[in-house]
Write a protein that binds this ligand. Sequence first.
Ligand code: ZN
Length: 388
Amino acid sequence: MIKLIKNGEIYAPEFLGEKDILVVDGRIGAISDNISMDEIEDYVEVFDATGLTIVPGLIDGHVHITGGGGEGSFKTRTPELLLSDCLIGGITTVVGVIGTDGTTRTMTNLLAKAKALTEEGITCYCKSGNYHVPVKTLTGSVESDILLINEIIGAGEIAIADHRSSQPTKEEIARIASEARIGGILSGKGGVVTIHVGNGRSKLSLLEDVIDTTDLPIKQFLPTHINRNHELLKAGINYAKRGGLVDLTTSSVAGEENELSSSKCLSTMLKEGVPIEQIMFTSDGQGSLPRFDERGELVGLEVGKVVSLFHEIRLAYKREGISLEEVLKVATSNPADILKLPQKGRVSVEKDADLLFLNKKKFEIEGVMAKGKWMIKNKEILKRGTFE
Ligand code: ZN
């Protein structure tokens, strides 16, 4: 939105005299003696996007922004996310989570890192808690975390069906979700609880039990890593057919041989009749991708990459033949709706100018704009993190 205010007498507070003010997207873009309509072009940077496809900047709803892991002792703690990791992956909005280690990875650190990424130019939110219950929060409860802290939009990731979980009960999961729900309702946020679903035999049964026996709506939960194996995918499809949300992890393929790519799983789910609006892709970036043998011993470890989000979207479009309109939803409008980020996820008037510019032919990232600022232009990274 560009507005031109003519002929006002300005005290800035220093006296500037009679000037014109150009207001661009809620900010003062220029102050000058006479800004005529013809002259506005002096203040406008024109970019020719011929040959480019413009889509919403991607939302990555599950990233270990402070690093995660540590399942192979301290030296296997994964590093923090860098701004350029996001930019190279076309990501302009990130949701940070903690993960397995809720002792050396803290909520204060998570919040500080989220603020840092936002200062560096993208938009970063986070979730309250880690794998374990009782949940370690910032303010004393999940409800007040969501209600009082701008950046905190939900809870999680709480682990179930995993040897690394705290083996939560149905009641504990229900209590966390009710707090997240109330916090969300009172603050106008999503309050969605991300549920990490591990390799365990129980799969989604604990979650289904909570939904069957409480008044909590199924969409209060976002179970993630549903593409971990065939059995969990099957359970996830049944869960989605009940109306549940499901999240596919794009970086997971590197972690375990029997994991399934998000692009393939998306195709399977759509063929099974799951509405695309219930499906999200997230990267699980900077998380550890540990491999355990059947006795639970660690046999390998890698770090998830946020760029996998774009790669899987590209594969879903190019290889699985899903229309671009549809496939984009899983990391743009769907997370914006599910997590309640009204400024994000759509190229639309009044939304944040978070834009991704793609080469039409090759479907490669040519440019990234975050909140109206060029971050990557003509494939050149213009903005890096403070210490990059
Ligand atoms: Zn997880």
